[in-house]
Design a protein around this ligand. Structure first.
Ligand code: ZN
Length: 214
């Protein structure tokens, strides 16, 4: 059955040769160390590949992805990845990137059962419940997009409130958390205006989002 995947190995050999032809030292240098400036926390959706859509090569962005780009306070996987990025790699930017048309967000909005992942998506159900009045101000066709944006804003708050980021700020480390949303249909990123570089900025930026968004 592995023959069914032969084309992936062929692709890989072709890619490695192409990179080496363009930059002969690339892999040798990369093997020695990674020094990414950016961490990406995004959705696992196959249409949202972190490196490609921000035009970065291997070694330039440290990536964590899960369903609906959630940063859950007790998720050891996400927290460990964040801690590694901030404490050891000393990334300067943590980018939380959602995307319009997210199936996880949509399922939470429409109360659609998808299976085990319903328990993970419960975090978005909670957001929807807490902010139901805000969401219902928008016409039904806009609500999924608005919940995607709100989810990113809330995950920026969650990332900023982790002990990892709080401790980094307390020791004067230069690291900021940003909230973006990607639109699959045109390939463009949208800045949600939520870039937190200091703990005291968080409350105002959060409030500003709701002011801007009515
Ligand atoms: Zn998604």
């Amino acid at each position: 059955m592995t023959q069914a995947l032969d084309h992936l190995f062929a692709n890989n050999r072709q890619w490695a040769e192409q990179v080496k032809a363009e930059r002969p030292e690339f892999f040798a240098q990369l093997a020695k160390q990674q020094t990414p400036e950016y961490m990406w926390i995004g959705c696992a959706d196959s249409r949202v590949p972190a490196n490609e859509l921000i035009g970065l090569l291997p070694g330039e962005v440290f990536v964590h992805r899960n369903v609906a780009n959630l940063i859950v306070h007790s998720d050891l996987n996400c927290l460990s990845t964040l801690q590694f990025a901030v404490d050891l790699l000393r990334v300067k930017h943590v980018i939380v990137c959602g995307h319009y048309g997210c199936a996880g967000v949509r399922a939470a909005l429409d109360d659609v059962r998808v299976g085990l992942a319903d328990n993970w998506l419960r975090h978005i159900h909670d957001l929807r419940r807490v902010h139901s009045r805000w969401i219902e101000k928008f016409p039904p066709e806009m609500r999924a997009d608005k919940l995607c944006e709100l989810n990113v804003i809330e995950q920026v708050v969650n990332a900023s409130q982790t002990t990892v980021v709080q401790d980094a700020w307390a020791r004067g480390q230069d690291v900021a958390v940003h909230g973006w949303v990607y639109r699959i249909s045109d390939g463009l990123l949208h800045d949600m205006g939520m870039s937190v570089g200091q703990p005291e900025e968080l409350v105002d930026l959060y409030r500003d989002f709701f002011k801007r968004e009515g």
